[in-house]
Write a protein that binds this ligand. Structure first.
Ligand code: GDP
Length: 423
């Protein structure tokens, strides 16, 4: 009996000790687990492993062309990408997208729609061939005058009507007639055909001007800004200019500074692909100055000396277009960039409206030259004379069609010969 009691007590002791140890181990495990969980949750963010970056399209400056590119500064917080305007809030944005450059030379076939048909021989378009409509309109207006023979008051009246109808505008027409009357008096002009000859010379001298597109010095990235209202042909012109420069062996970067229309950036991106240029774009509605600034940095880091920057033609916000353009210009002008050309793109078919636009843009951003587009269309041509006479801004380039080759340096003599051929 006593033995049985001793055995029961021993078993009870053993069971109690075993349970205590089990409970202690379990509790210990739970606490460590809890600590681990809490620890992870309370560690300062700075000590956490950095989130995995998406694979970067980056290649260091100097990487071979064709390698994926990276915008310098893209790793930095957004606010350091574009220097803020004094007092202006810094805009936080995602880094702009940069399209890689190709290494292969530009093939003619790349430029021709429907390249399967084989490369096409692309020739510089001539004013004479493309200004057909403007010429026939002007010729019709002057037909009566030319038939008259003698020079009399009716000749002068007919000339005045013809110039106004050709979009030369009232002010410039009056100035032209005054100068021509002086020439007629001095040179004793007696026939209408002599008057047309004098008109030709007067038009050429009024249209003369500097055609050069200027570059900044060595080590500085040249920026040519393209401004103008929507639809005038800015994007197309940038593509055409990029092609000309690339053909001359110069690398260029296109900056999609019209951030207010995603379609504008898409269109410019297509041109960049087509002409083998670099391409930088930002977010829709983002800061256009930041895009141009990034394009300058991108180009400069790779030794590319030219940035062609698109700008908005109309804003979808309350921001004033001219104020926005002034800001873009200031930012683009910061080292290592230098704006050497502000090219105002004008649609020649809009007639005297183009003159109003030219005044506004010139006052705001200091236009250095005009690109007159769509002269191949229904344009009457006289707007060219009005722009140079009234604003003193030279026409540097003209668009003679929609194709990549349809942009030529303006030539006053060739233009007048095409518009008003000598009999
Ligand atoms: P943006 O809004 O100023 O960028 O204008 P776009 O470059 O998109 O051009 C508007 C339209 O004008 C497009 O259909 C172009 O193909 C056309 N265009 C541009 N330049 C010329 C030109 O010199 N001649 C003709 N006929 N069409 C042009």
């Amino acid at each position: 009996m006593l033995l049985a009691l001793i055995i029961v007590v021993c078993v009870a002791v053993v069971l109690l000790v075993g349970f205590g140890t089990f409970t202690a181990v379990s509790r210990g495990r739970s606490r460590r687990g809890l600590e681990r969980e809490r620890g992870a949750g309370t560690r300062p963010a700075a000590l956490r492993a950095p989130p995995a970056r998406p694979p970067s399209p980056a290649a260091p400056p100097g990487a071979p062309v064709g390698a994926p590119a990276q915008v310098p500064g893209a790793e930095a917080p957004p606010e350091v990408r574009a220097p803020p305007e004094a007092g202006a809030p810094v805009e936080a944005e995602a880094p702009p997208e940069v399209a890689p450059l190709r290494e292969e030379p530009l093939a003619e076939a790349d430029l021709v729609a429907g390249a399967e048909a084989g490369p096409e021989v692309l020739e510089r378009p001539r004013f004479r061939d493309r200004l057909g409509k403007a010429r026939s309109l002007f010729a019709d207006q002057l037909a009566g005058l030319r038939r008259r023979g003698k020079l009399d008051q009716q000749s002068w009246d007919e000339l005045e009507d013809a110039l106004v109808l050709a979009d030369v505008g009232i002010t410039t027409t009056e100035e032209l007639l005054k100068d021509l009357k002086e020439t007629a008096r001095q040179d004793n002009l007696s026939t209408s055909e002599q008057l047309v000859g004098a008109l030709r010379e007067e038009l050429v001298s009024r249209l003369e001007g500097e055609r050069e597109l200027h570059d900044a010095g060595p080590g500085v990235t040249t920026v040519w800004l393209f401004v103008g209202v929507n639809g005038v042909g800015k994007t197309t012109t940038i593509g055409k200019v990029a092609l000309r420069e690339e053909r001359d062996g110069r690398r260029v970067v296109l900056a999609a500074g019209d951030t207010f229309r995603a379609a504008a950036a898409d269109q410019l991106g297509l041109w960049a692909e087509r002409v083998n240029a670099g391409f930088v774009r930002g977010n829709e509605g983002g800061d256009p100055g930041a895009v141009v600034f990034d394009a300058v940095q991108h180009a400069n880091a790779r030794g590319i000396s030219l940035v062609l920057a698109d700008t908005a033609g109309r804003l979808h916000t309350k921001v004033n277009l001219m104020e926005e353009l002034k800001k873009v210009r200031r930012v683009a002008d910061r080292p290592p960039g230098s704006v050497t050309e502000v090219l105002l793109v004008i649609d020649a078919t809009t007639g005297q409206n183009g003159l109003v636009q030219a005044r506004q843009f010139t006052e705001a951003v200091g236009v250095t030259g005009v690109v007159l587009t769509k002269l191949d269309g229904t344009a009457k041509g006289g707007i060219a004379v009005a722009i140079t006479s009234e604003l003193g801004i030279p026409i540097k380039l003209v668009g003679l069609g929609e194709g990549p080759e349809d942009l030529v340096t303006f030539d006053a003599r060739e233009f007048v010969d095409a518009l008003l051929p000598a009999e």
